[in-house]
Write a protein of this length. Sequence first.
Length: 162
Amino acid sequence: MDAKLMNSLIDYHYWANGRMLNAMDGLTPEQFTRDLGSSFPSIQLTLAHMLNAEAVWLGRILNEPVARVEPQQIPDVAAVRERWAALEPLFRKAAAGELDRVVVARTSAGKEFRHPLWEVLHQLSSHGTYHRGQLTTMLRQLGVTPAQMDLILYYREQSGQA
């Protein structure tokens, strides 16, 4: 895996997260926590899942615990921004390592899996994209205009073509 491509995916991941959070800035507490019938019922619970998935994988990559978040610890978009601001440098530190290094992941049932670091980092980026898509639908259900987050838009912005 090419380090330049991996760093580009990580940059995109945080760029897209930022755009998504910007679209959520005007949400009321009720909208943030409303059950909208998604796989994680509310925007708050979806964001908590996303943050926790990153924390779990980063803990595996760095071989040290990374604090997880309880939904009540992120009562609003500002709190989510703070959590991602704390995770981002760890994510970038992990990506700066040897991309072929093996990361050991154990499930809660104790089953062990081994992945090269680049696969794990790619998974984190892909996982974020998947859930940002769910959040887009949730925002539309609330009558909120979601952010445009296509990867090509990111590339155009980075090259000055936006």
